[in-house]
Design a protein around this ligand. Sequence first.
Ligand code: NAP
Length: 295
Amino acid sequence: MPAKIIDGRAVAKRIRGEIGAEVDDFRKATGSRPGLGVVLVGDDPASAMYVRMKRRACERVGIRSEARILPAAATQQAVEDAVRGFNEDPAIHGILAQLPLPDHIDEEAVLSQISLAKDVDGIHPVNIGRLGMRGREPSFTPATPTGVMILIDESGVPIEGARAVVIGRSNIVGLPVALMLTNANATVTICHSRSRDLPTLVQGADILVAAVGRAEFVKGDWLKAGAVVIDVGSNSAPDASSDKGYRYVGDVDFESALPVAGHITKVPGGVGPMTITMLLANTLTAARRIAAGCK
Ligand code: NAP
């Protein structure tokens, strides 16, 4: 029997509907709307597209969004000033620094400037540190990993006690996903470019999260039968039949994985729609906390 598809688009739509209704309640109760401040540095087309997508998603659920767009040559001081400006702005409840920042900018110094109460991307070094420590609670968890956890929950397969393999250890996806799975009591193996014999490591996984950035890298015959497979990858692959000349594919070879996995996400339509949805949810939470007087 082919794997059941975990439909990220449908889950995201349901959650965005709930967020829209709750934003409306917030507006009626406080007379204001939750606000997201985005800092974008440079003219990378992909980053500009992500910022536009976030703005449109905010508008659809009634969240205000404001962008500070700085030139690629912006100084460290200018980028940090943009973050501090949002920290002090009472109409902004969540702050996002669109990554990657240009090479000459000290990313950690910028992220460290974000007020913890407004760190809706969960990427402040203190929040990541808290995520990795027992008994500590980050103010927010990063958007993509949070979306991944919700999609695993959608499968109905218990995380506690499961063997989970995460391929990738980036700051924004692999590492926080591995920490969140550990906190949910899975037994986690983190794989990366120096891991040996990846197929054997993957073979042991009840839950596989692939965040590699390589098109169709994980093959179906690596998988344990019935595994939950969450494909974070978003890679363009040449496709002469498409008007654009390319299509988006994941890090998992979907065709060969489908007959083996128990549950699987698609690309597009899996993790992608969840990422912005989690950002919206975190912005609403930040606004509520700030309105309730939490620091
Ligand atoms: P990244 O920073 O490039 O990290 C990739 C990770 O994969 C690294 O840890 C790297 O290992 C590991 N890796 C690379 N080649 C490998 C190999 N041959 N075997 C095993 N591990 C290997 O990428 P990222 O930012 O985490 O993103 C990963 C993918 O997710 C990309 O396709 C990206 O576009 C996608 N993404 C999607 C969303 C979404 O919302 N859908 C959000 C973020 C990212 P080392 O650490 O050893 O270098």
